[in-house]
Write a new protein. Structure first.
Length: 270
């Protein structure tokens, strides 16, 4: 009898434990919502009936597709696409952890590209292109993380340049140390954003400045995705000066149409 009661107790405890575990288990399903007119409003993958996880589609009251959004644990993660009522795509963006991260394309209702921007964790960076409805470029701009828009070039509807503003490269750099300082024996780096408008070649030259009229060790640095990385190791403390020269060359004529020079001071400490 005693053994029988003990066995029953274990069975009850096991059943309760299994029941609690079952309640905590996640389950996935396809969930649908409808407008009052009976047309589908949304359909997508969910976890536990409330957490969007996967592709979710949203529709206009007419039943036409409005948005397609990829989610991961209820946040945007992947491509997000929006559509006009005529079925043509209006916008598509890459997201990571609910922030724009990658390219964003916007379109006119006729299907032509309206703009193209690149984003890094919610901030636009590098080349930005804006177009007229006929497909001709209207505006080019370049942005960095520090100053925002550093350079812009506007065109008329025939493709002629009509207005230019800004500097070829960012006047403030992202550096390894603050307050324009470096440490003896340790690598110092500066990341410089560079504009690269269409139909041009961008070049960046960096060297050591002896004074405002004399420069040594001047050489061209590669540009990768609108960024130049300059590195240097200083072996003794003191105050130093280096120069950045940026230029834009028209590919068709070969002429240099923009050239900027910036001297930067750095304090090297032990």
């Amino acid at each position: 009898m005693k053994n029988t009661l003990l066995l029953i107790s274990w069975i009850i405890m096991y059943s309760l434990l299994f029941s609690c575990t079952e309640k905590k288990r996640e389950y996935s399903l396809v969930k649908k919502e409808y407008y009052s007119n009976g047309k589908i409003k949304s359909i997508g993958q969910y976890i536990n009936d409330s957490i969007k996880h996967g592709l979710v589609k949203y529709f206009y009251p007419t039943g036409d597709l409005k948005f397609e959004i990829e989610f991961k644990n209820n946040i945007k993660h992947g491509w997000s696409k929006g559509y006009y009522l005529n079925g043509k795509i209006a916008v598509k963006s890459e997201f990571k952890n609910n922030l724009q991260n990658g390219y964003t394309y916007k379109y006119y209702s006729n299907g032509n590209l309206k703009s193209k921007l690149f984003w890094i964790m919610g901030k636009s960076y590098g080349d930005g292109f804006y177009y007229y409805p006929n497909g001709q470029i209207e505006l080019y701009n370049c942005t960095d993380f520090v100053n925002g828009c550093l350079y812009s070039l506007r065109y008329d509807s025939l493709g002629n340049k009509i207005k230019e503003d800004g500097i070829v490269f960012s006047p403030k750099f992202v550096t390894s140390y603050r307050n324009d300082s470096a440490i003896v024996g340790k690598e110092y780096y500066a990341k410089i954003t560079v504009a690269h408008p269409p139909g041009s070649r961008a070049s960046i030259f960096i060297g050591d400045a002896v004074n405002d009229n004399k420069v040594k060790n001047l050489k061209e640095y590669p540009i990768k995705e609108n960024t130049v990385v300059y590195t240097k190791i200083y072996n003794s403390p003191g105050k130093y000066k280096w120069v950045v020269i940026g230029q834009l060359q028209d590919l068709q004529s070969g002429n240099i149409f923009k050239r900027d020079t910036l001297f930067s001071k750095i304090r090297v400490i032990k």
